[in-house]
Write a protein that binds this ligand. Structure first.
Ligand code: SAH
Length: 335
């Protein structure tokens, strides 16, 4: 049975599906399909090795200033494993780091787990289907790039909540009565953030969340589906494209703070990467290269940092456990 057939049967039996259930089913099928990344969208680590290298520097700096403890390096939704592979190339040069680190990857897609295993061969990797099964015996440094935007959302407007119904064989939006103010929110994101925050408070560490999003002051419709770079209806061809929504950084920061974590940012991605030294890295990579290759590096730098490209709409939020140092990249002096 195709996903469309399964969802038609489910709606016929149980009635209209709430948006979050629809989004969960669509994304699970999308990410389980062959090579979901690169086909319909690209992400910062896939644009340039510089992205993962900057994150590697960020992790290494924090780990050293925290006293170089044994720790779990966790990535949520690692895609093809590119960010971690680039980060680990930097981290492997720090004396003692390889012995201190275990890798914990939270990934539901078997196809992407295979890609990650190939990319991270030689490192001690464990996979998890959800954050609930992460080990709980040491500090965690948690990285999430373009993970939270894929988690299911709900939408309420004008006293109605968005559902998906059938008209004939086609899926169509249906707004059903629901009490409460206009809002777009993600219970799944809040649940993940609460679990991570509780672990960080108990065991120490930090989380770095990078995504496109807002600070909670806009309430609107940010649900989108991309196919071949073009926006398409989120209610057709379930599982053929990923469904995403802007991340509400304000909501995540409030949750983290409620658990006693210190929040840094969200800072625009361009400013964050700039403070981590991405321009110097680009210059080093360009040194001695022919003009054509140097231009490609300049273009990647621009794409990651320029405000009209990914530099402003993408943001970085870091949350640190009590007693952990302030992280680099947020305009604060290192202690
Ligand atoms: N971080 C990568 C990939 C981003 S795509 C990059 O920047 O290139 C989103 C990733 O999250 C994919 O790896 C996808 O399989 C994973 N994912 C999406 N929803 C998930 C969920 N509910 N639980 C675990 N992983 C999920």
């Amino acid at each position: 049975m195709t996903l469309a057939e399964t969802l038609r049967a489910r709606i016929a039996a149980d009635g209209p599906m709430r948006l979050d259930a629809w989004m969960a089913a669509c994304n699970q099928a999308f990410y389980a399909s062959a090579d979901p990344l690169g086909r319909d969208f690209t992400t910062a680590p896939e644009i340039s090795q510089m992205f993962g290298e900057m994150i590697g520097g960020w992790i290494g700096d924090l780990w050293l200033r925290a006293g170089a403890p044994a720790f779990d390096l966790v990535e949520l939704g690692p895609g093809r494993g590119t960010l971690l592979a680039d980060s680990l190339r930097v981290l492997a040069r720090l004396p003692g780091l390889a012995a201190a680190l275990r890798l914990q990857l939270v990934e539901t897609s078997p196809v992407l787990q295979d890609a990650q295993a190939a990319r991270l061969a030689g490192w001690p990797v464990q996979w998890h289907g959800a954050v609930a099964t992460l080990p709980a015996d040491r500090p965690l440094i948690i990285i999430a790039n373009e993970f939270f935007d894929a988690l299911p959302i709900r939408q309420r407007r004008g006293g109605q909540e968005l559902h998906i119904d059938l008209t004939g064989d086609d899926f169509a939006p249906l707004w059903l009565p629901a009490d409460g103010p206009d809002a777009e929110w993600s219970e799944a994101a809040a649940d993940v953030m609460a679990q991570l925050s509780a672990r960080l408070t108990t065991h120490g560490g930090a989380a770095l969340i990078i995504d496109y999003g807002h600070d909670g002051r806009i309430a609107g419709d940010t649900l989108q589906a991309l196919r071949g770079g073009e926006r398409v209806s989120p209610f057709t061809d379930p599982g053929a494209h990923d469904l995403t929504a802007h991340v509400d950084f304000g909501a995540l920061a409030i949750l983290a703070a409620a658990h006693g974590l210190a929040c840094h940012g969200p800072a625009p991605q361009g400013a964050f990467l700039g403070q981590l030294g991405i321009a110097a890295r680009a210059a080093a990579l360009q040194f001695g290269k022919p003009a054509g290759q140097a231009a490609i590096i300049t273009a990647a730098l621009q794409r990651l940092t320029a405000p009209q490209q990914m530099g402003a709409i993408f943001r970085a939020l870091a949350c640190t456990a009590p007693g952990w140092p302030a992280p680099a990249g947020f305009g604060m002096a290192a202690p």
